[in-house]
Design a protein around this ligand. Structure first.
Ligand code: PMP
Length: 388
């Protein structure tokens, strides 16, 4: 697994724009402490596992039939959860599920991107966005973030005016930096999009603003979610996932909160029966036990805050490490690692897998169990000295 060897036979007519491309993905290495792909380190609780067994057993009896294409029971569960978690007032025609938020994002690009269309993002950000753009023949354009990784609002508004994108992609908290997007900035962008134009689309259309909230449950209490604005803005689409807070990455369940109009666009591009009956059953089991399932989120938030404080006390070549303020379950740290690959390798030697991602000089680590974080601290202390 994890091999990126590109041995595509020369006589296969792979699309011209895909020649030389490699499959995307972090290495899946067999390492004792894996802190590289922002998973939840705590597995689903016994209660959730029991619910999955029960619901999947029921679903198994009907596997000769196609599943509910509209996954209505699950959509009701999304509505109920978002009401409880974020105070969002939604109805089942305003939510939509797919195989991970990866598929949600791809469906958004399939519906609103395409030849002649532009999608705008704010770099550094999630490295899959340019791939969705490539796969849907959408032009990918970026506005750099500020030095502290917050959004450069002026330049973003300028780019919306100049580039006339069909989609504006915002990530809150952002990956790999952990930076939240303040609601005031989001509202400024939404307002600017009300009278923005979309190149390659009919007169009178306006950009769709996508907020990727994959890690939103890890934000500090009281911080609002963009899902509360979905009822106000018909062009706002907020993507969520069960992969992180729900510890459900292996189940592949993501979902979208948006206007009924946007959901109808999703229904045009989705594969028929894209969400299997087994997936729907497992997801419902996750929502059966929300409180228990999410009990580790608060602890991971504490782990993040403690780890950030500890990292700021460490030094490399006599200079304290920087830590990007994070509202997520991961931290981007360093800032002055002149050879970050070296530190990554030293960590790997000590059985800890982190991630080389983001701007030069930085590394990213996601929060593990208490035990794993102890190993991480010891390994990093040694690795920093070894790499100096
Ligand atoms: N958005 C962001 C910002 C992510 O970091 C990830 C996962 N790494 C995803 C979306 C996709 O997650 P999933 O498909 O598991 O929901």
């Amino acid at each position: 697994s994890g091999s990126n060897d590109n041995a595509i036979p020369a006589d296969l007519p792979l699309r011209n724009d895909l020649l030389g491309e490699e499959p995307y993905g972090a290495p899946q290495l067999d390492v004792p402490v894996c802190l590289n792909v922002n998973e939840n380190p705590y597995p689903p609780t016994h209660a959730v596992v029991r619910s999955i067994e029960k619901r999947v057993r029921e679903a198994a009896k009907d596997l000769n039939r196609y599943p509910d294409r509209e996954h209505m029971e699950l959509r009701q569960a999304f509505v109920d959860y978002l009401a409880k978690e974020s105070g969002a007032k939604l109805t089942t025609d305003m939510v939509w599920g797919a195989n991970g938020s990866n598929e949600i994002m791809l469906q958004l690009f399939q519906a609103f991107g395409g030849p002649g269309r532009t999608a705008l993002g704010c770099d550094p950000t999630y490295s899959m966005y340019p791939e969705y753009a490539r796969d849907t023949f959408t032009q990918w354009r970026i506005v750099p973030r500020k030095e502290d990784f917050t959004l450069d609002l002026d330049r973003t508004l300028e780019a919306i005016r100049d580039l006339e994108p069909a989609m504006v992609l915002l990530t809150s908290p952002n990956n790999p930096t952990g930076t939240p997007l303040p609601m005031e900035q989001l509202e400024r962008i939404l307002e600017a999009c009300q009278d923005a134009r979309v190149a390659g689309a009919a007169e009178g259309t306006r950009p769709v603003v996508v907020v990727d909230e994959a890690y939103i449950e890890f934000r500090d209490p009281g911080v609002p979610s963009a899902t509360t604005l979905v009822g106000t803005y018909g062009n706002l689409a907020v993507s969520r996932t069960m992969s992180k807070a729900f510890a459900f990455a292996g189940a592949r369940v993501g979902y979208l909160a948006a206007s009924a109009g946007i959901i109808d666009c999703m229904r045009i591009v989705r594969m028929p029966y894209h969400l299997s009956a087994v997936t729907q059953a497992a997801a419902l089991a996750g929502f059966d036990n929300t409180a228990e399932q999410l009990s580790q989120v608060a602890h991971l938030r504490e782990t993040r805050n403690e780890t950030a404080a500890w990292l700021r006390e460490q030094t490399y070549r006599g200079i304290p490490l920087q830590v990007a303020p994070s509202q997520s379950n991961f931290l981007m740290f360093g800032g002055h690692f002149d050879d970050r690959g070296l530190i990554f390798d030293e960590m790997l030697k000590r059985g800890v897998l982190i991630r080389v991602v983001g701007p030069e000089g930085w590394l990213r680590v996601c929060m593990g169990t208490d035990e794993e974080m102890k190993v991480f601290r010891k390994a990093l202390t040694e690795s920093l000295r070894a790499a100096e």
